[in-house]
Design a protein around this ligand. Structure first.
Ligand code: AMP
Ligand code: MG
Length: 334
């Protein structure tokens, strides 16, 4: 039997466990996702939920994989980036498992894991990646032994911006899919701030302006939510598309990977697909099960890291909430 890794994702809303074999076969994925009743992700509340549920999630993942805990050969966990109190839970649980089972442990960067699971699932070699989620907005590609960052948000992540707008207009979390449905019903475009600075993006202006369109009495409530939703998507996605296209022209990559929870959006997929075709690049969107935060991406990246450089020393498994992906060498890619 081939070796097996258990990966733990714990950077934000999701406590996820994935069990993956060393050939890249996924045996199970189980997620417990924090959903705020109001407001955003309160770290203390998320931490509490993860603490209450981690053992059930691990147990379920092991059961679904049809293995026992003693079949596991490697523990991988999300070590960076993320919210400190939440990262800590995954790190502590992983250390405990590694020590108890006497098996190696490796820490993994969450953003790199999104790219690696995309490369595996879509069977592509060397993509330019647009990673869009609740917590991240990054355009990245491999160059000079690193996943370089070609563009990123300067303030809000795209998913967070859409969710926050949705919350303002009374839609429950997560707002992304609801705003997409509303936007599909509109053809009308209302101008919103389009902010691209060099290769970086800013979404806070769109958020404020869209919110005002809905709220302000001086507009006499003349703006329909579906038209504002459409305009918000069109503006934000056009910004993402512009930066991604420039990175594609610069890097001359022949594959383009769209990943993260917002990759589920059909309008964004179409816009990114269009520029891929313009540049003769193959377009792939990561299958939804693997696009949002999950433990399988952590397990798979852990396997790649372990096979190229072995396990981490326990002293090297401290969390790194602010670590950037472009600082991390990638020895498994030459
Ligand atoms: P993640 O942080 O990768 O787990 O992804 C969660 C984010 O994806 C949330 O901000 C969701 O609102 C967003 N999302 C999920 N589906 C869609 C969609 N169809 N359109 C836009 N955003 C979406
Ligand atoms: Mg993510």
């Amino acid at each position: 039997m081939t070796n097996i890794a258990l990966g733990i994702e714990s950077t934000a809303h999701t406590f996820g466990v994935g069990i993956v074999d060393f050939n890249g076969g996924t045996l199970s994925i189980v997620n417990d996702i924090f959903k705020p009743e109001e407001g955003g992700l309160h770290p203390a509340l998320v931490k509490e939920q993860h603490l209450n549920n981690f053992d059930i999630v691990i147990k379920k993942a092991i059961e679904e994989a049809n293995i026992t805990v003693h079949d596991i050969d490697l523990i991988a966990f999300s070590q960076s980036p993320g919210l400190g109190p939440i990262l800590k839970i995954g790190a502590i649980v992983s250390r405990l498992l590694s020590q108890k089972l006497r098996i190696p442990i490796v820490g993994v960067n969450h953003c790199i894991a999104h790219i690696e699971i995309g490369r595996l699932m879509c069977q592509i070699e060397d993509p330019l990646t647009l990673y869009v989620s609740g917590g991240n907005t990054i355009v990245s590609a491999y160059e000079s032994s690193r996943y370089q960052i070609f563009g990123e948000t300067l303030d809000l992540a795209i998913g967070n911006m859409i969710d926050s707008f949705a919350r303002e207009v009374g839609l429950a979390h997560p707002g992304g899919p609801k705003i997409e449905k509303l936007a599909e019903k509109s053809q009308k475009y209302i101008k919103l701030p389009y902010v691209v600075k060099g290769m970086d993006l800013s979404f806070s202006g769109i958020f404020t302006a869209a919110k005002k369109l809905i709220e302000s009495p001086e507009y006499g409530n003349s703006y329909d939510l579906k038209d504002v939703s459409n305009s918000l998507q069109e503006t934000a996605f056009a910004m993402l598309t512009e930066v991604t296209e420039r990175a594609l022209a610069h890097t001359e990559k022949k594959e383009l990977l769209l990943t993260g929870g917002v990759a589920a959006n059909k309008r964004l997929q179409n816009m990114i697909k269009y520029i891929s075709e313009e540049h003769n690049a193959r377009f792939e969107a990561v299958p939804l099960r693997f696009a949002g935060d999950n433990g399988a991406m952590i397990a798979w990246t852990g396997i790649l890291k372990y096979l190229s450089q072995g396990g981490d020393l326990i002293n090297d498994t401290i969390i790194k909430p602010k670590e950037r992906m472009d600082k991390i060498p990638i020895p498994w890619r030459k």
